[in-house]
Design a protein around this ligand. Sequence first.
Ligand SMILES: *Cc1c(COP(=O)(O)O)cnc(C)c1O
Length: 406
Amino acid sequence: MANHRLVYLDSQATTKLEPRVLEAMMPFLTEDFGNAASRSHDFGWAAEKAVDHAREILAASLGGKSREIVFTSGATESNNLAILGAARMYQGKGKHVISAATEHKAVIDPLKRLESDGWEVTWLDVDDKGRIDIDQLRASIRPDTTLVTLMHGNNEIGTIHPIAKIGAICHEAGVLFHTDATQTFGKETLDVGAMHIDLLSASAHKMYGPKGVGLLYVRRRNPRVRLEPIQFGGGHERGMRSGTLNVPGIVGFGKATELCLENREAEQARMAALRDRLQQRLESELDFVRVNGDQENRLAANLNISFAYIEGESLIMGIPGIAVSSGSACTSASLEPSYVLRAMGVGDDMAHSSIRFGVSRFSTEDEVDYAADCLIAAVRRLREMSPLYEMALEGIDINSVQWQGH
Ligand SMILES: *Cc1c(COP(=O)(O)O)cnc(C)c1O
């Protein structure tokens, strides 16, 4: 890539494939290339056996059953299948679903599709930390509500929703509950029974597995959830998702999950310590910074922070060796400030100056220190050129300034 030092701190976007995962996948990319649906020879049986094994690991990690796992191409597809599939299957009961504005685009966009098809979506408010109001959720459920979809850990700001509470409210009201758990699967405790989860999305590449493979958990008992498929063909995955299974990807997903669970608590603690180290340095060596998200209930790997009087994009250009993402980069083509921060009521100036850091299993203290050094230097350099920062230092309230021409 580049000839200078590179530090990867963008683990909410994707993670590096764990070498032991690749090793487990290799036979299924080479000699064991069978189609898991071929029932008449050894090649097919070997593939089917490997898929079954992965399915068991994945189901057990959620407290579910093998037959409740549907393999997909990733969390985007899982979210589409869950939302469109459930809404359309149960439209006889009603056409109302509930969600929030801080969800991933892979939830928001299928919901918008439903809206244009005649459904009504209630978008719950979030507070300045990205938290929903449980009472508002309870009050929003109506007789025609079929589905609530609320994510577990937020990919931008890291805020973790209280999904056990949300699930209990949904089940009490007889409404299905879907959660996009892409950022927490293999990391936080997940139990579909205790948390009353009916549908759950996850993706391998956010937890050191390969890209292009994900799962949808679909509850089979109390209640049995049925989905209208969004893709048609050979009737794989009990008719819910036709298409030849990605056998090497599924094997890798299973292995990645096994490795995450083996060491889950220690790894979470290590990542949180690295994240806290970074946060502590930025907060102690720079003024006018603000951490976005809920610092009490947050992804261990996530730090989203705004540096007032600086443009996130300029800052990123000032730290070429550090791979992070800016609050405005998510809707890639545009430089709109993050819709997540906006929904939280963060002003456009602070939203434009936000940076998301994501540590991972492979991050080191040395890398975090190097990133902090680069960042602090870049922020100081940019602020030296900022008249607004000068004014702030002098205690002038910028919002009270009468700008010329206004
Ligand atoms: C990455 C991500 C997705 C999309 O997952 P893909 O497997 O890349 O399609 C969906 N939801 C959340 C919360 C994510 O972080």
